[in-house]
Design a protein around this ligand. Structure first.
Ligand code: RIB
Ligand code: CA
Length: 312
């Protein structure tokens, strides 16, 4: 089987955790590195969570040393949303491995060169690491095959009225990535919401006994309880998980190529991904924007993930 080389950039984070579990269950993926970045919680926690998760899941990959703060914007996190330590209070076992000696952006560049133009990236947090890599190594624009990002929205934001968290934390980095010329698949809040899960689906899938039941059940119910009890929502869109599913099987996703830019100045819409959905700007589309994903097939991918962990 020809494997798909991939680097996962993330800020674990409860939904990042489930996304990485999905990736690790896919034998067709060659996870070269998991690169942490500050985001949901501070770098100390996101990096430890990434290291420990790689250990728990037995992923033979590098864990680079990522950015501890955004390029220009102040460092802002979402600890209230991801709970103590970033995993809803769950404590992963200590890692037996250490971080890679190299920075995340150097790891990304090395793996891109090693993959000879086949490397893909899945970005599940603020895109600071990617932006640094693209700035230091412009040749990566020809060496990275595609970047699938959980970022932005063509609709309402979740951080201010217009902005999604990952883009809002580091809009300068988001803009560097979006204008890089690399093929981008943007799985934003609105497109991901077509895979919103209800309580029965959350329990049917994540309560299945397997070797990672503890952490999966904990974070899935942490997300759902927060959404339904605390925020009175009717269901849960596990954004990084939907994004990873669209990366694993792009055929479940419907994208619209749009010119998209990220707002880095406005006091009202700072961090907004401004999506030219109706092509009125006259500018060439630079981002494939997720409009919907097939929820039935998304749920089947999750069932396959849980089955894999009952057998491996
Ligand atoms: O807005 C949702 C995104 O921000 C997800 O990636 C979540 O993990 C947080 O990073
Ligand atoms: Ca994330």
């Amino acid at each position: 089987m020809t494997k798909r080389p991939v680097v996962i950039d993330c800020d674990p984070g409860v939904d990042d955790t489930l996304a990485i579990c999905l990736a690790a269950s896919r034998p067709e993926l060659d996870i070269r590195a998991i690169n942490p970045v500050a985001g949901n919680v501070g770098y100390e926690s996101t990096s430890q969570n990434a290291l420990r998760l790689a250990d728990l899941l037995g992923i033979d990959c590098r864990v680079g040393r990522g950015a501890t703060e955004p390029l220009i914007a102040p460092c802002r996190t979402a600890g209230a949303i991801h709970g103590q330590g970033g995993l809803g209070g769950y404590q992963l076992p200590e890692a037996h491995r250490d971080f890679d000696p190299d920075y995340a952006w150097d790891v990304l560049a090395q793996e891109a060169r090693r993959a000879g133009g086949e490397l893909e990236v899945v970005a599940l947090g603020p895109m600071t690491n990617l932006a640094i890599a693209l700035t230091r190594y412009p040749e990566l624009k020809k060496l990275i095959r595609k970047i699938t990002v959980m970022a932005g929205t063509a609709g309402q934001g979740n951080t201010n009225v217009y902005a999604e968290f990952n883009a809002w934390v580091d809009p300068h980095a988001c803009e560097i990535v979006f204008q890089s010329g690399i093929p981008i698949a943007m799985c934003g809040l609105d497109g991901n919401d077509t895979c919103c899960m209800n309580g029965e689906e959350i329990s049917e899938i994540f309560d299945r006994p397997c070797r990672i039941s503890d952490v999966v059940r904990h974070v899935a119910h942490f997300i759902h309880d927060r959404n339904t009890i605390q925020w009175h929502m009717t269901g849960s869109t596990i954004h990084d998980l939907v994004t990873m599913a669209c990366f694993v099987d792009p055929s479940i996703a419907v994208y619209e190529p749009c010119y998209t830019t990220c707002e880095t100045r406005s006091s009202v819409s700072f961090g907004q991904t401004v999506v030219d959905l109706y092509h009125v700007s006259g500018k060439k589309p630079n981002v494939d924007v997720l409009r919907s994903a097939d929820k039935a097939r998304f749920l089947d991918l999750l069932r396959g993930m849980m089955s894999w962990y009952t057998e491996h």
